[in-house]
Write a protein that binds this ligand. Structure first.
Ligand code: ZN
Length: 398
């Protein structure tokens, strides 16, 4: 599957998992074992002959992104219009959701023959959250757009009076099935496309962190069968809300898979001499806001994979894993640049620290530089995405 197509298809974590499975089921990817847990997926390429000095080569990413989730009882009516009331998931830039064409998609749980079944779906209609006209919000350009997430983000769905959103969801089910529950979110319906004078950039929703998911899956699908090491790709859900879930990086998913694939190795010893690449997007320097970066650690779009360092340990990178990463870059011929957050601004985090702490595996936090992180529309560089695929491919074919 092409990258832009993957971005367009992956509109919820469940769809991301489906897209990753498609990437990983290419003929070149034979011999992969897959484990699925809702919106999370782990893929392992087993070695030819596992032995006492086998290692784990693990790449980590997350399948989720900030979104507006449809609440259990979403229907509201005002000004002759049925609206859908959302709940905030993660930390979106609220204003970026206004005046966009929004789709809705997710997973439905229903009863069939006394059992719970699920179906992943994508609705066929578009909704919208219109901005207030400038004439009714005169200070908007001077004071900035302020969005109250409780009152200002209801999505306009239909003018049909009395319409119930669950009735629209029921139409997605098999005939006669009873809807039990749903996990549905809004998404930017505009397709991804290339931009810039030389088509050097990618404009899309959800680049954080679909870009890293795509790079890892592409690299693993093409990796040769290893002699003795286990090649592992873990795609977690719920990173944007802290990872403390069954499908998240702080849960037991990865640990249980490693126990299953390598029952006969001394896992604690092996893990402490292995390496994990925690891959998530990084903040490129913004040409209009250069003061927001430490000038000695300001990654530039298109100039290579970013190594993320944080002394407060919001990133897992340390002297040991950083050194391994730099060696990997050298071997793969991939440029890298280093990011350190300004001391007067708080630093974000990734799945890296949770996995590194719980498994005891040296981990390095890296990512492609991007702009507009957590906006509904983000941008990254074609060149850096290529570098990331090259780097992870090198890691998986040592
Ligand atoms: Zn992310």
């Amino acid at each position: 599957m092409e990258f832009l197509e993957f971005l367009n298809e992956s509109v919820t974590p469940y769809h991301t998992v489906a897209g990753l499975k498609a990437l990983l089921s290419q003929p070149a990817a034979g011999g992969l074992k897959l484990w699925e847990r809702g919106g999370a997926l782990i893929a392992v390429r087993m070695p030819k002959s596992p032995c006492a000095d086998s290692k784990f080569r693990i790449a980590l990413a997350h399948t989720d992104f900030p979104a507006l989730k449809i609440t259990p009882n979403p229907d509201c009516r005002a000004a002759g219009i049925q609206t859908l009331h959302p709940e905030i998931y993660g930390s979106p830039i609220y204003a970026s959701w206004l005046d966009r064409d929004l789709g809705y998609a997710g997973i439905l749980a229903y009863e069939a023959c006394g059992k719970v079944e699920t179906r992943v779906f994508r609705g066929g209609r578009l909704v919208r959250i219109p901005q207030l006209a400038v004439h009714m919000n005169r200070g908007v350009n001077q004071d900035g757009l302020k969005v109250n997430p409780q009152t200002d983000l209801n999505a306009l769905w239909t003018s049909r009076e009395g319409a119930k959103f669950v009735d629209a969801l029921k139409k997605e089910l098999p005939e006669g099935a009873e809807l039990l529950d749903f996990d549905v979110q809004l998404f930017d319906a505009q397709p991804a496309h290339l931009g810039g004078l030389d088509d050097e950039w990618i404009y899309s929703g959800r680049l954080d962190n679909l870009s890293s998911c795509h790079a890892i899956a592409t690299a693993l699908a093409c990796a040769p069968v290893p002699e003795k090491d286990f090649l592992v790709a873990a795609f977690f859900n719920n990173e944007e809300v802290g990872s403390e879930t069954r499908e998240g990086a702080a849960g037991n998913f990865l640990k249980s898979v490693l126990e299953e694939v390598a029952p006969d190795v001394d896992r604690n010893a092996v893990l402490s001499s292995s390496l994990a690449l925690s891959i998530d997007m990084a903040h490129a320097e913004h040409p209009n806001f250069t003061q927001k970066h430490d000038q000695n650690h300001a990654p530039i779009l298109g100039e290579g994979v970013v190594l993320k360092i944080n002394s407060q340990k919001r990133y897992a990178s340390d002297v040991f894993s950083n050194a391994q990463f730099k060696l990997l870059c050298k071997r793969a011929g991939v440029p890298y640049q280093t990011f350190v957050m300004r001391n007067d601004m708080p630093c974000g985090s990734t799945v890296g620290p949770a996995v590194s702490a719980s498994l005891g595996i040296p981990t390095v936090d890296i990512g492609e530089p991007m702009l507009s992180m957590h906006s509904i529309r983000e941008m990254t560089s074609v060149k850096d995405h290529g570098s990331m695929i090259k780097l992870v491919s090198g890691f998986f074919s040592l």
